[in-house]
Ligand binder design. Sequence first.
Ligand SMILES: Cc1cc2nc3c(=O)[nH]c(=O)nc-3n(C[C@H](O)[C@H](O)[C@H](O)COP(=O)(O)O)c2cc1C
Ligand code: SF4
Length: 528
Amino acid sequence: MSVTVYVPRDSAALAVGADRVARRIADEAARRGLDVQLIRNGSRGLFWLEPLVEVRTERGRIAYGPVTPDDVPSLFDAGFLSGGAHALHLGPTEEIEYLKKQERLTFARMGVTDPLSLDDYRAHDGFRGLRHALTLKPEEIVQQVIDSGLRGRGGAAFPAGIKWKTVLGAQAAQKYIVCNADEGDSGTYSDRMVMEGDPFMLIEGMVIAGLATGATQGYIYTRSEYPHAIATLNEAIRLAEAAGHLGGFKLEVRKGAGSYVCGEETALLESLEGKRGIVRAKPPVPALAGLFGQPTVVNNVITLASVPIILARGASYYQDFGMGRSRGTLPIQLAGNIKRGGLVEKAFGVTLRELLYDYGGGSASGRPIKAVQVGGPLGTYLPESQWDVPLDYEAYAAIGGVLGHGGIVVHDDTADLSKLARYAMEFCAIESCGKCTPCRIGSTRGVEVIDKITLNLNGPQQVQLLRDLCDTMLHGSLCAMGGMTPYPVLSALNHFPQDFGISPVRAEPVEALRQAQGERREATSRSG
Ligand SMILES: Cc1cc2nc3c(=O)[nH]c(=O)nc-3n(C[C@H](O)[C@H](O)[C@H](O)COP(=O)(O)O)c2cc1C
Ligand code: SF4
């Protein structure tokens, strides 16, 4: 009888030798005359256990990991095809604590199915949301998304349903759905995992968005650094179209060159139009005049990938997860100096401390954790006193922080926060699109000022200058690139002044961050 063995095809698993492990398993099975069916699944997101090999048994799927090619003969000797004991034996996959304690809604199929098998997708609730959407009027689909409380997972947390409503209400011969799969934030990979591990879910979400708004053409804009995601998506689109799942909806993948600012929605649209990725002034908002001047939904991968389950299970099912105005779940990505890096999907409300220790197991170096950057390169550095704040958009805004795309980068006590603050300014100088002065010039001046502070050249005056500069960038930048670079800089300065060679300072600038966030939110809600 054939035994099914799963070896992930996700880039994170490939990077640590999953292909070689798969080949070795196939060779060893052939040599022993055993009938093994190899399935290349997505990753479960337990990266420290990759390559994580699973075997389907009568007791469910049994996991082994991390497996190297040299482990394979001993796994066969130990009878791993029937779940036998071995040093790498991890027991039933679903019982692994890291996985068991999660609330996997969007990532429910991740690592379970063969990403390119439509049969597998259908067998695991695939296209259920689309089937339901096909029975509804566009306004009813939009209302479901509004009622679910889903907010954009790309960073700005704008309500997805409200954006869709604007596009639905716009009159135009052509409307577009653009999926923002640029995923430039440090320590993030949830978009990539979806594209590589469950691409039909994203396709289903985009087709539903098309039905809801009247858009008939979709683009997935991703970066050239994601070759596996691009190949998998192209194949998935071909398969879904051939099987008639797209209806009349046309869907294409577009590859950007990997510029951070091309993740900003208007720069992305410029790039999609074949131009240089420069930020557009708003208004007009993309929902009214987006791609080629037409009404356009721009949503992050996770936002769109969350739609099928909302349509399949109902808005209130999704809305029941989370806290306050942060509804549903967030796929949190643990990275940096962390022992058990990987993807943790949890309802909003989980704390950083739980993520760092219960899931992450502390730092990889074994040293005390000093600072955690949440929300990408423009996110704040959080000291230990803030690790019990629940992950919730409003609770984070209250401490001058952001959740962004759910990326968490951990630093131990050897980190020098003045260097990280300098890097934030340098990053902005490199990635700035150059359209506005506070960002283009301010970031370069910021590097110089931080250098003067750390060299103690007229320190107190330079600290004041840095604060003034951050104030100008916060309030005077056209987009969040320049507007949020002060977040990592000021949080580093305020919480870790000793790293800059200065004594503890007043906490007043958190107020400045909070105020700037309020202004930014107001601008976003005006824009949609
Ligand atoms: C500099 C910059 C980079 C961004 N990069 C991304 C990105 O890589 N992916 C993304 O989804 N959103 C990114 N955003 C946010 C987008 O502008 C936009 O808010 C998002 O695509 C809207 O989708 P959502 O509502 O589903 O989050 C970025 C914003 C800025 C200012
Ligand atoms: S803030 Fe920076 S990236 Fe944004 S428009 Fe201005 S120059 Fe361009």
